[in-house]
Structures are given as C-alpha cells and as structure tokens.
Design a protein around this ligand. Structure first.
Ligand code: ZN
Length: 478
C-alpha cells in the first residue's frame, strides 16, 4: 500500500470512528413507536406469566413469552399518583414530591413525555381516571391528553372501563401517520376497587376447580378473613372478581394490539407493560393498597416486547419500574438532559433487555409510603396496625432480603428473608445471623434518604381549588 493510500484509509477509519463518537444518540434498536401500558392495581403474582395457576392474562402471557419479563420488578410507591410520577420522571416520590394522590408534580420536573416530544415524538395519553394525572400535572409533555368525562364511581371520581380508553386510543392511532415517531401511554384502571368486571369475564374465571386452586395459592398468605366478614366464600368471591378484572383488561389489550398490528404501527414498536402497584387482598390485614409496602402491594409486572427486536428471556435481577424513564430514553438514543443527570437514581435497564444474560448492577429496589388517609378502611384495622398510620415507610430489597424502616423509630425495624419467607410474615430484625446483609441494606437505604434531604427544596404541593377551577375553565374537568 502506498503512503497516500494508507493516509486515505486512515482518514476514512478516523472519520468512521468520529461519526460513531459524535452520534451517541442514534436509535440503534430502530424502535419508533413506544406503547407504555400502566395497569392500575395489578399484582404480578396474579398473572400466568408470573406463575399464577389461574388463567387471568393469556394475551399478556403470550407477549411476555416472546419478550423480556422481569421477574422481580418493584414499584416505588403503592399509591397511583406517586408511582406514575416516578415512572415519568425516573425519580423516587421523595424527590419528585408527589407524595400521595392529590399532590401536584412541579413544572420544574422534566418528564419522559417532554423529553420525547422535544426529540420529535408525537405524544398522546389515554387514562381511565380523572383524579390523578391532569390535576396532578403528571400529563406534562403529552400533546394529546384524554381522560374520562363521565361515569362517576363510588369513590367520587370519574373513571372509565378499559373498553372506552382503548376505543379512544385506537381512534387516535387510526389518524396517526406511522412514518412519525410516537409515545402513547395508556392507563387502565379496572383491577382497582370496586371490582366490577363484565359478567363474561366472571364466567371465564369461575371454573369448577377455582376454589381448590385458590385454597392452595393462598394457604401461606396469612389472609385476614375478618376483612371479608369472616367468610372464606366472600374472600373467594372478591378474588374471583379481581381476577376477572385482570382478564377483562387482558382482552382489551389484545384488541388494541391486534389493531396496532393491522395498521402497521406494530413494526418498530416497543410495548412496555407494567402496574403502578399491587393489592393487599387480605394480606397484612389489608384489602386494597396505598397503605403498606409489603410485596403484595409493590411487586408489579414489567414486560418489554418488540417484534423482531427483542429476544425472549426472563430476567431475575431486581429492578425498579421507574427505570422505564431512563430505559426508554436510552433505547430511543436520546441524550439525557444535563439537569437530570445526577438526580435520577433509577438507571436504564436497556442492556438487560437487549443483551444476553441477566447480570446487573441494579441489585436493589426502593419503595416508600408517605401518607395514607383512608379513614373508613382504617377502622377495620387492629391497633398495632394503625399506630404507624401517619408515619413514613421506606423499604429496600435485593433478590433475597428486605429491610423496612417505619419512620418514628430510630432504626429500620423490619427485616425479612424473602427466600424463606416470601409473604413477609416473620420479621428477623433481631436475628444476628443477618447482621451483614442488614447493614448493607441499611447503608443503601440511608444513602437514598440523605439524597432526599436535598429534594425538600421543592415544596410538596397539593392540588388546590384554584387549580381545579382553572382546569375547569379550560374545559379539562367537567
Ligand atoms: Zn393505582
């Protein structure tokens, strides 16, 4: 090779390297359409793909079988608004300051929808309640935002069954030009109390072996039947209805998926399915959620599916579902805005999705509960359970162990060996054999609490009547 040829080849190679270095933001996964599905109140362990023996979620199970399923994904709050705010900001509730339902996300926070919109994505959201997202400013960044306008439920807020939310989503997709990029967020509320599923799904779930199956599933869960009027029959009835709600949502998602496939939008699409929190169903003396941070209230599904882009696998590593924020940004090849860099503690799990193996540095999951104010439900609880009613709760866990800190006492005061005691029935806080692991979890927990002190600069804001009035005048709330 002559010197001039060598120089030419070298220059060419340098150019290639420069291009690779200069464009770190290129979307190497060729994913243009993001479907983010959050299913309210969905316990992971009530789905077939999470080893439930009752066939509640055949469609999602199939998708999960062809995608990446995270076996140990945990939400950062057992309450709707804080949990969703974490998914959209990548921050823990103590950082984004949406501490309970009825709190408002400050405008200063940058959301996933805002970042994608800024990078050329069309953004649309279709939600199923009017209580949490628009009034809580969690809709930031969605050009199109649609929430229910009628049908008040018995809790006094508006909601709509999955069918209507999916209808609206399909109508929007029909008019979407698929050459463009998009983020569509769909929130389905049906598994939330009160359980009122369509009759067809009750019938579907009510097979003759159901009671035997439920008996077997729940024998170790230490259900408090007092919550169900001391009637096991009543308990079965409630679980049957809860399962039927999951079955209903599953069938509606299948309808959406089929439509997306038919319209060609499913090519180059990434589907993300998760839950905002679980449900007590009688465990730890609780029917609903939002009050506690035991596994039944924070273990949620997390599934990524993309036809032709993702190899199927199950990941065992512990992950946090608010990692969705950084993960989507990472997959879309977008550079994280500078101001977000240091504050986001929940990191991208893109490598766990697209690369082989499930080794990860994400070995801890954090959850918190700041306030709970459901006075009617409170009365059903024994005194030992209500004494921390207004206190804060924090938990940190790895694959086998979990530490809980009920604030008000000096030190974390519950510790569980999840491998031996998955339903958290016997705290081992005083057992010296766990000294080392307890210390490790304590260190991780307190490191987060220290960072939260800095977040207090931003005052937690409740949705005030002025905001409601303003939204009403804009035609957002009827
Ligand atoms: Zn919720």
């Amino acid at each position: 090779m002559t010197m001039s040829k060598l120089a030419l080849v070298s220059a060419f190679l340098i150019l290639i390297i420069l291009i690779i270095l200069i464009i770190p933001g290129s979307n190497d996964e060729n994913i243009d359409h993001i479907f983010l599905i959050t299913i309210d109140t969905l316990r992971a362990d009530h789905m077939g793909c999470y080893n439930y023996s009752i066939d509640t979620s055949p469609f999602i199970d199939k998708l999960a079988g062809k995608g990446v399923l995270f076996e140990n994904a945990f939400t950062q709050s057992s309450t709707t608004s804080p949990s969703h705010a974490s998914i959209f900001t990548g921050l823990y509730p103590s950082q984004h300051r949406v501490l309970a339902n009825g709190y408002r996300l400050d405008d200063s926070f940058v959301t996933l929808a805002e970042i994608l919109k800024k990078n050329g994505y069309k953004t649309a959201a279709f939600t199923s309640t009017d209580r949490h997202f628009l009034s809580g400013n969690i809709n930031q960044g969605f050009e199109k935002y649609d929430e229910p306008e009628d049908t008040q439920n018995e809790f006094g807020f508006k909601y709509r069954p999955a069918r209507f939310t999916i209808d609206k989503s399909i109508a929007w997709i029909s008019n979407f030009r698929k050459e463009k990029k998009m983020l569509i967020w769909i929130h389905l509320f049906d598994p939330h109390l009160p359980y009122n599923p369509p009759e067809t799904h009750i019938k579907k779930m009510a097979d003759p072996t159901l009671k035997d199956k439920l008996d077997k599933i729940t024998e170790n869960r230490a259900i408090n039947y007092e919550i169900f009027n001391n009637s096991k029959e009543k308990y079965f009835e409630e679980v049957l209805k809860y399962n039927a709600e999951i079955s209903y949502v599953d069938s509606e998602l299948q309808r959406l998926f089929k439509f997306a496939e038919k319209s060609g939008i499913a090519n180059n699409a990434l589907w993300i399915i998760t839950g905002d929190h679980g449900e007590g169903l009688g465990q730890h003396n609780w029917l609903g959620h939002a009050k506690l941070i035991y596994q039944e209230q924070i273990h949620v599904p997390l599934i990524f599916y993309s036809a032709g882009h993702i190899k199927p696998k199950r990941v065992r590593s512990v992950v946090e579902n608010s990692s969705i924020f950084s993960t989507v940004i990472d997959i879309c090849g977008i550079t994280m805005p500078d101001e977000k860099g240091n504050s986001v503690l929940t990191k991208s799990i893109k490598d766990l999705i697209f690369k082989n193996g499930d080794k990860s540095s994400h070995e801890f999951a954090f959850s918190e509960r700041q306030y709970y104010g459901h006075r009617i439900a409170e009365k059903k609880l024994p005194a030992w359970q209500t004494e921390w009613e207004n206190g804060k709760k924090y938990s940190i866990q790895n694959i086998s162990f979990k530490l809980i800190y009920n604030k008000g006492v000096r030190e974390p005061n519950e510790f569980y060996n999840l491998s031996e005691d998955p339903f958290e029935l016997k705290s081992e806080i005083s057992n010296r054999k766990y000294f080392k692991i307890k210390n490790l979890l304590r260190k991780e927990l307190f490191a987060r609490l220290k960072i939260f002190k800095e977040s207090k600069r931003i005052k937690a804001k409740k949705v005030d009547s002025e905001t409601i009035k303003k939204l009403k005048s804009l035609g957002y709330i009827n």
